[in-house]
Design a protein around this ligand. Structure first.
Ligand code: SAM
Length: 320
């Protein structure tokens, strides 16, 4: 057993967390473990909210990945947002980050825009609670139960990489409307996602296809990033819906940024491994854990060989 696992065990006895194997997870009915904040699968820590299908971990490895990804994305865009909201943020306004994770975006923004207040919401309490800028407020919350703020509270609402969090119907009929509700008239909503991968090698394509298949099985639309502008339009809450995209050259062929992007993808593939192995097992695909690790390593070589790149996009619109 590695150091990581023994650490998790220690935490487990101290905090009464539960360690579940993949088999135990699939045998667990909703609500059966909801007295515990977290659950553990194959050495990774996950949220334990009933009825939420978000399948990425929330442990230290994932927290580090999300922090690193924040700076990668900021470098790719050369900015933290595209909405024309800079002046308002400078003079002081309220901003909300929905699904803030460890709070990297809020913390970075709060340091730049000291007169504004940044509120972060997430199901996992992985954001800082004590050592943080004064103008940040984080709260544990399940968005699908409603955002715990009054109508028209925020000048800017931001959401990033929430694709695995909601199914297509939730995006279409609830999530954007609910975020729109807490946005002030004249305020901006901005949603940022990964859109697609181009020039994939065969092994990466296989892994991405498996991921899409698994997501489709639980109602997620792997092409949701392309539809978000349409969903924003459907709410009839926004004018001026804008779209922009950037490519992220992945692998050392893309220079230093490409290497960071490669490491991010590699860590993300590790992060989705428990969920994907579960899908692989129940689909009878015969890919073992060792096969999966081998495929991940092969992807690293493919990035340079095929000149793989990912496309990331931002949708943003002004509330009427
Ligand atoms: C891929 S992470 C992105 C985090 C952050 N937005 C960023 O860009 O670094 C998605 C986050 O959404 C959170 N999340 C998933 N479903 C949620 C829900 N129903 N309500 C609130 N947060 C949720 C997860 O806990 C996770 O921290």
């Amino acid at each position: 057993m590695g150091a990581n696992n023994s650490k998790i065990r220690r935490k487990s006895s101290e905090n009464n967390y539960q360690i579940l194997s993949t088999e135990q997870l699939s045998a667990t009915s909703p609500g059966e473990t909801d007295t515990n904040k977290f659950k553990y699968i194959e050495g990774r820590r996950f949220h334990n909210w009933p009825d939420i299908h978000y399948d990425l971990p929330n442990d230290e490895v994932e927290i580090d990945r999300l922090h690193l990804e924040h700076f990668l994305i900021r470098d790719v865009w050369q900015s933290n947002f595209s909405s024309p909201i800079h002046e308002q943020l400078l003079s002081g306004c309220n901003a909300l980050d929905v699904g803030c994770g460890p709070g990297a975006w809020c913390l970075d923004m709060a340091t730049t825009y000291k007169n504004s207040k940044f509120y972060g919401l997430d199901i996992s309490p992985i954001f800082p609670t004590e050592i943080k800028p004064k103008n940040t407020i984080f709260q544990e919350c399940q968005i699908l139960d409603g955002i715990p703020h009054k109508d028209q509270t925020f000048d800017f609402c931001h959401m990033r990489f929430m694709f695995p969090s909601f199914d297509e119907n939730q995006w279409r009929t609830y999530v954007i409307k609910e975020v729109g509700r807490v946005l002030k008239s004249g305020g901006y909503l901005e949603i940022s996602e990964y859109k697609l991968c181009e020039n994939c090698g065969p092994v990466l394509k296989r892994l991405l296809d498996l991921r899409s298949e698994m997501m489709t099985n639980i109602g997620r639309n792997p092409n949701i990033a392309s539809l978000l502008g349409e969903f924003m339009g459907d709410t009839e809450l926004f004018e001026e819906i804008n779209y922009d995209e950037k490519i992220i050259e992945t692998g050392s062929w893309g220079g230093k940024l490409g290497e960071v992007a490669r490491d991010d993808i590699f860590t993300r593939m590790h992060a989705i491994k428990p969920a994907l192995m579960n899908h692989i097992k129940y689909s009878g695909l015969g890919i073992t854990s060792e096969d999966y690790d081998r495929m991940m390593s092969q992807c690293i070589d493919e990035f340079n060989e095929y000149k793989t790149y990912f496309v990331t996009c931002r949708w943003y619109g002004k509330k009427l």
